[in-house]
Design a protein around this ligand. Sequence first.
Ligand SMILES: Nc1ncnc2c1ncn2[C@@H]1O[C@H](COP(=O)(O)OP(=O)(O)OP(=O)(O)O)[C@@H](O)[C@H]1O
Ligand SMILES: [Mg+2]
Length: 287
Amino acid sequence: MTAGNGPVCISVINMKGGVGKTTIAALLGRYASRVLGLKVLAIDLDPQANLSQAFMGERYRQFLSDQDPSIVELFNDVRLPVSKSPSPTVLDVCEIVVGGTRLGGPNLQLVPSRFDFSDRLIKSIDTDRTVLDKLIADHFQDKDIVLIDCAPTESILTRIAYHASRHVLVPVRPEYFATIGFPLLHESLENFKRENRGHAIDVAGVVINNWSYHYSGNEGGPERHTSIEEIRREAKKNGWHVFETELPYSRGFPKMMRGDLSYSGDAPLYREFAKEFFNRLGIGKKR
Ligand SMILES: Nc1ncnc2c1ncn2[C@@H]1O[C@H](COP(=O)(O)OP(=O)(O)OP(=O)(O)O)[C@@H](O)[C@H]1O
Ligand SMILES: [Mg+2]
């Protein structure tokens, strides 16, 4: 967690896969930077690199073939040897940040990820769990918010995200076994809090991402209602807030995930959710 008036840091986490973590991180990043006029840093902490692909689109292929530095280099503290320069060199943090017109707006910057991230992480001994926290404290105090997109499995990366975060946002899909990841997340957060008593971190809320029912051409019937009830019950057990606005299926979402930057992410219910989310955190329009 960054000190003083630094950015508000939010991790998007659910130990269940495919629930909309990356989609919602991308949409909140766009909304905050475009609609609220906030300075946003997005950090892709998932080796699947979906957030990087969503924000960079076709440029992501170029980024890979240019062997540009990414979050992998941040963890190694050096620019790894590549064919262009065969020996490791000291990393300049500016090198790992992608932004400006490459992301379709001046207020949004991204620390991209790469598929070899977990492989390299496993090989590096003694990974500093506060590496992201330090990165933000040392280089990104001018940001208003930092959004961290996490992988669906608990690992050292989850711990690294907690160390850097004030809030956790939990997307969930109303389906059979919807809340399977809740106890694990709850326990993992409680353990973290016990071990890091000076660090304030809370679940900002659970957001219901309804998309599958609209996608399959129906409203979900009783199963949808049963699982929404289950989500509310299980969230309550943990003392987690559930956001009122449920996200609908949106054709624009996957389009944006493919890097189609023409979608500005302001479908009415999405806007509603983003407003509700940032209001809850006490974050408003910059000007
Ligand atoms: N509300 C929605 N409307 C339409 N499609 C959606 C919606 N939410 C998610 N999707 C689609 O569902 C798929 C999974 O979403 P996403 O990648 O955001 O999930 P995730 O939780 O980040 O997955 P992972 O656990 O693999 O990181 C993507 O193809 C995404 O475009
Ligand atoms: Mg994801």
